[in-house]
Design a protein around this ligand. Structure first.
Ligand SMILES: [Zn+2]
Length: 145
């Protein structure tokens, strides 16, 4: 069901942990499998010099975070902003369709961390400010039956 790359990043995830004085932090969650993902960024002169993550969740969420952090390390803020969950899933040689939302989480956590970075530094990063992040946690209270 899972590709070797998914299994590799799940059993041996890269960049796990946290950064003590991060330049940006982003946390997102999804209700579907209870994944919570937190990404820490260190940014120097517009380049992501370090990135760490903490993910509580399913194997796909952990593998996606691991791969996504590898993909943005050493990249510029703009390059990181353009990382899509599709690219993450492709780099993992695919995810089962029911697990695609777990890779969406990685993309959103990175964008949230970049938003945090931009806010803290009063930066206007083109394309960043109008990103709508669908955070499942905020929707729980709205759902009533
Ligand atoms: Zn998941």
């Amino acid at each position: 069901m899972y590709s070797q790359k998914v299994m590799d990043h799940f059993t041996n995830p890269r960049n796990v942990g946290e950064i003590e004085t991060p330049d940006g932090v982003g946390e997102v969650g999804n209700a579907k499998c209870g994944d919570i993902m937190k990404i820490y960024l260190k940014v120097e002169e517009n380049v992501i010099t370090d990135v760490k993550f903490k993910t509580y969740g399913c194997g796909s969420a952990i593998a996606s975070s691991s791969m996504a952090t590898e993909m943005i390390k050493g990249k510029t803020v703009e390059e990181a902003l353009n990382l899509t969950n599709k690219a993450v899933a492709e780099a993992l040689d695919g995810l089962p369709p029911v697990k695609m939302h777990c890779s969406v989480l990685a993309e959103q956590a990175i964008k949230k961390a970049l938003q945090d970075y931009a806010r803290k530094n009063n930066l206007d990063i083109p394309g960043l400010t109008d990103i709508e992040i669908d955070d499942d946690h905020d929707h729980h209270e709205e759902i009533e039956d």
